[in-house]
Design a protein around this ligand. Structure first.
Ligand code: ASP
Length: 474
């Protein structure tokens, strides 16, 4: 995309496009990436979103040359000049534009820059993460992170196109909503207009997407932000992105087929250097996985040192319920799941509870669970049985899930879905050790945003409006 410059009437050229414009006079805008002085000549590497181009300033163009003398790293400039072949021996084979240079005729300084607090050209791993987070907008100038963000967007676009072609409808669901039991702690938002009441940020769009099936949409997807207030152990983030989808009139194989073909096509098209170890993805039961690999997310790579090997697999037939420490039943994955058809009778009679298997399917990549979903209980009777086994009293079931039970009375189709954890998938595809490297603005391990300084205190007035008081527990 080029923008017409209203002041001058010259179109801005991107650095990468100078290769087609030898002998033309162009206008370029960007950042000073590097400066080299050779004798009296000043060379500047100009960076824009497309790459780098070499600018040349000679003393004979006195005024411009003197201005160029002031240029320092990361200043923002606009230049115009003629594109010419570099002199013999001065070419740079490593640069796309390395055969050419821009002989600058005009220079305008659009903004100066102080010395940057961090190096933005190294791969960044040598810099403390706290400083990188504080100056994330600079950290993201780093080519590695810059391309992670661009590649992330490319893959998301690919998913979108793929699903839209298959008749999926992209639908946004609310962020301020009601607590959904997904096994984690909710982020709560106090209501100003309803004193003493709270919204919860969604741990996933689970209930909304099921209600969209009741609404007759049949095929929904969303690039959904999900929020879980967990102690951030290891590589977790308080908010993360899922590709969330739901389909009506399907069996688990149908949902698995959509996801599997989407992942295969994505890798083949956008990550051709990666090799998928086995197609179709192998399928293991939970029992086989645990018996043979000691985990329900086995790493099936043959050569774990090869960064380009992708070993996907499906794990199915998980137990629906497990005992908590105090001997109560809890769900292993998702309370909205249906049992496998053979075990529906046991659920309805609350028999052999520990042996009931769920329709849950997890997709695993190189030892990481990258997604999971299930076929749901679309009849309210079965859903109530699940909540009864979990030990919820009827009034709590009504208060928390009454809307689902009621919705299922009005012609809910059989349905099922899945969600993929996108941050993890990108980290693996981009050979990054953690998900913070593939997110624009991640938080620290203890849930802080060091750049925005969040969380932060708020005014007494705001607290009052929200009917809140801070209690000092110390
Ligand atoms: N809501 C589930 C999750 O976030 C995914 C699903 O069952 O569709 O893990």
């Amino acid at each position: 995309l080029e923008f017409k410059d209203l002041d001058i009437g010259i179109m801005r050229t991107l650095t990468k496009d100078i290769i087609n414009k030898e002998n033309e006079t162009v206008e370029l805008m960007g950042w000073v990436a590097a400066r080299r002085d050779h004798g009296k000549i000043i060379f500047i590497d100009l960076r824009d979103r497309s790459g780098l181009a070499q600018l040349v300033f000679v003393p004979s163009n006195k005024e411009v040359y003197e201005l160029a003398n002031k240029l320092r790293s990361e200043w923002v400039i606009k230049v115009s000049g003629k594109i010419a072949k570099r002199p013999k021996g001065m070419e740079n084979a490593e640069l796309e534009t390395g055969l050419l240079e821009v002989q600058v005729e005009n220079l305008e300084i659009l903004n100066e820059a102080e010395n940057l607090p961090i190096d933005v050209y190294s791969d960044g791993r040598e810099i403390g993460e706290d400083v990188r987070m504080k100056y994330r907008y600079l950290d993201l100038r780093r080519p590695r992170l810059n391309s992670n963000l661009k590649n992330r967007a490319k893959i998301i676009n690919f998913f979108r196109d793929f699903l839209v072609k298959k008749d999926f409808v992209e639908i946004e669901t609310p962020i301020i909503s009601k607590s959904t039991p997904e096994g984690a702690r909710d982020y709560l938002v106090p209501s100003r207009l309803q004193p003493g009441k709270f919204y919860a940020l969604p741990q996933s769009p689970q209930q909304y997407k099921q209600l969209l099936m009741v609404a007759g949409l049949e095929r929904y997807f969303q690039i959904a932000k999900c929020f879980r207030d967990e102690d951030t152990r290891g590589d977790r983030q308080p908010e993360f992105t899922q590709l969330d989808l739901e389909m009506s009139f399907v069996k688990r194989e149908d949902v698995m087929e959509v996801i599997e073909s989407m992942l295969i096509e994505t890798v083949k098209t956008l990550c051709p250097e990666k090799k998928i170890q086995q197609i179709p993805f192998p399928r293991l039961s939970y029992k086989e996985a645990v018996d043979n690999y000691g985990t329900d997310r086995p790493d099936l790579r043959k050569d774990k040192n090869n960064p380009d090997e992708l070993a996907f697999c499906w794990v199915v037939d998980f137990p629906f319920f497990e005992k908590t420490e105090n001997g109560d039943w809890t769900f292993t994955h998702n309370p909205f799941s249906a049992p496998i058809p053979e075990h529906l009778d046991d659920l309805m009679n609350k028999k052999n509870i520990g042996n009931i298997l769920t329709t849950q399917y997890d997709v695993v990549l190189n030892g990481f669970e990258i997604g999971g979903g299930s076929i749901r209980n679309h009849q309210s009777g079965a859903l109530v049985k699940v909540f009864e086994i979990l030990g919820y009293p009827m009034d709590k079931i009504q208060a928390n899930f009454g809307h689902m039970l009621e919705a299922f009375k009005y012609g809910a189709p059989p349905h099922g879905g899945i969600a993929l954890g996108l941050d993890r998938i990108f980290a693996i595809l981009f050979n990054e050790p953690n998900i913070r490297e593939v997110m624009a603005f991640p938080k620290t391990g203890d849930g802080r945003d060091l750049m925005m300084e969040a969380p932060s205190e708020v005014d007494e007035k705001q607290l009052k409006e929200l009917h809140l008081k801070i209690i000092d527990n110390k």
